[in-house]
Design a protein around this ligand. Sequence first.
Ligand SMILES: [Zn+2]
Length: 255
Amino acid sequence: MNIKNNKKIKLKLIKNFTNNYTWILYKKNNCVIVDPGEYKKILHIIKLYKLYPKLILLTHYHYDHMMAVNSLLSIWPKIKIISPKNIYYINKKEQINFFYILKEKIFGKSIKIINTPGHALYHVCYYISNYLFCGDLLFNSGCGKIYNNLYYEMYKSIQKIKSLPQNTLICCGHDYIKYNLIFTMKIIPNDKFVKNFYKKIKKSNKETINSLKIEKKINLFLKTSNFYLRKQLSKKEILKPFECFCLLRKMRNVF
Ligand SMILES: [Zn+2]
């Protein structure tokens, strides 16, 4: 799948393993690789498009998001790598609260880093132009699993994403959109927008990249401050947004 968002910067999505997404952002012959999973598939695209990898961005340290790093480095030893821990290293004196902007630019655009623990303690998102590479923080109509009980961290991380521009394109690390929408319809069965969206997606075999504006309509984890949702999910008192978030994530775990 190729996405032309900017006249010169293009995005290529590579499906790897069963449902992982590796992203290649490129301009002319230079490229950035986000979360490189399956080496052979990535190499195939790099050669096909005659690209030269300048930079690897890692959202977190799960093997399926970084398995191709060593193989890529063995061919292009000068590739720079930006990953959560070396961001902490650069910035160790102050915690990254919202945007940490790297001095380094790519294709003339700044690389903004958002600290987003939750799925993993060391997890960041990268915002370049209006692309958000969000790893396993947010998925289409869903969010990543939470390990080590980092519920509050995950909740806070998702709140940060909500304040990005509406036209932000959500480039996630996996895709479970159909199943996530079925879950969403179970929770909010009367939502016509979600129903229609599911109908459209069900027929299509294409990968989906949604804007933040659309995700806010179809993603329950971005709706946890919604009064009706909080009321509907509670047996007694109306849930607080964070309680609503935890409950939804636990329900999704066993769905
Ligand atoms: Zn992960």
